[in-house]
Design a protein around this ligand. Structure first.
Ligand SMILES: Cc1cc2nc3c(=O)[nH]c(=O)nc-3n(C[C@H](O)[C@H](O)[C@H](O)COP(=O)(O)OP(=O)(O)OC[C@H]3O[C@@H](n4cnc5c(N)ncnc54)[C@H](O)[C@@H]3O)c2cc1C
Length: 220
């Protein structure tokens, strides 16, 4: 069922990690539909989204540059039962995000921080450079809330960083994430190539494929 984003009369709340679909309709009737993860979670009529503007894209530049308060958007959701976290699951959790893939993982991290449950949680966040990170200030607070975070800068390391810029290596991945012996549930989200390379790497590191949940945002 499609409903307007502002009023959301049919919105039932969302689980950590879920997404919704947004449908735009042009004056000539042309429609474009894209998925966006929900950074917020739980009941309520408001949802929080974070959209990364893709150059030349049909939908994301409109959402980032054009949409104004009061505009009408059609949304469908919440969607997805697989890439979600339930606080009743006692498994350790390793979150691995690339770029805007942080959005559903932040929702999961927020839910864990609010639940205050005891299972180990860790976040590895890969960004091109520090200014490209979404929610950087909030992520810096996660360590104090029981979710230690590791940063990977792939193109430009922050000044004074002991790590040179570059993609995460298998050795680093093993050092910076919860080991296979603890049987963590692993959530990986981001651009398709990042997700596929990272999922292959964690399986090569010894994690069972069935413990690895992935969400691909598209792109090269
Ligand atoms: C389940 C799910 C959840 C998502 N959640 C989010 C979210 O929280 N925030 C967010 O910003 N995006 C999210 N996305 C991606 C989003 O749905 C769109 O694909 C993205 O906004 C680009 O749409 P567009 O219409 O602007 O570009 P399009 O017109 O679809 O594509 C234009 C060009 O950009 C490339 N491209 C498409 N998507 C990407 C991408 N993600 N990265 C790089 N290049 C791309 C295409 O290959 C094409 O060449 C999610 C995708 C999925 C499947």
């Amino acid at each position: 069922m499609w409903s307007a984003l502002e009023t959301m009369p049919h919105w039932t709340g969302s689980l950590p990690g879920q997404h919704l679909d947004i449908r735009l309709t042009a004056e000539d009737g042309y429609q474009a539909e894209r998925s966006y993860s929900i950074a917020s979670f739980g009941p309520g009529e408001r949802v929080e989204l974070a959209v990364d503007e893709v150059d030349g894209g049909e939908v994301s530049p409109y959402l980032v540059e054009e949409v104004r308060p009061g505009d009408f958007l059609e949304v469908k959701g919440p969607l997805g039962q697989y890439f979600v976290w339930r606080e009743s699951d006692p498994s350790p959790v390793q979150l691995i995000a690339g770029g805007s893939g942080i959005v559903p993982l932040l929702s999961i991290a927020r839910a864990r921080a609010v639940a205050g449950t005891a299972q180990p949680f860790r976040l590895l966040y890969s960004v091109r450079s520090a200014p490209d990170a979404l929610y950087a200030d909030e992520i810096e607070t996660l360590g104090a809330r029981g979710i230690p975070t590791e940063w990977i800068h792939t193109r430009l390391a922050p000044p004074g960083s002991p790590r040179a810029a570059g993609r995460v290596s298998l050795v680093e991945l093993e050092r910076l994430t919860i080991p296979p012996s603890e049987r963590p549930l692993i959530y990986i989200c981001g651009p398709t190539a990042f997700v596929e390379a990272t999922a292959d790497a964690v399986v090569a590191a010894g994690h069972p494929p069935l413990r690895v949940r992935t969400e691909r945002f598209g792109g090269a």
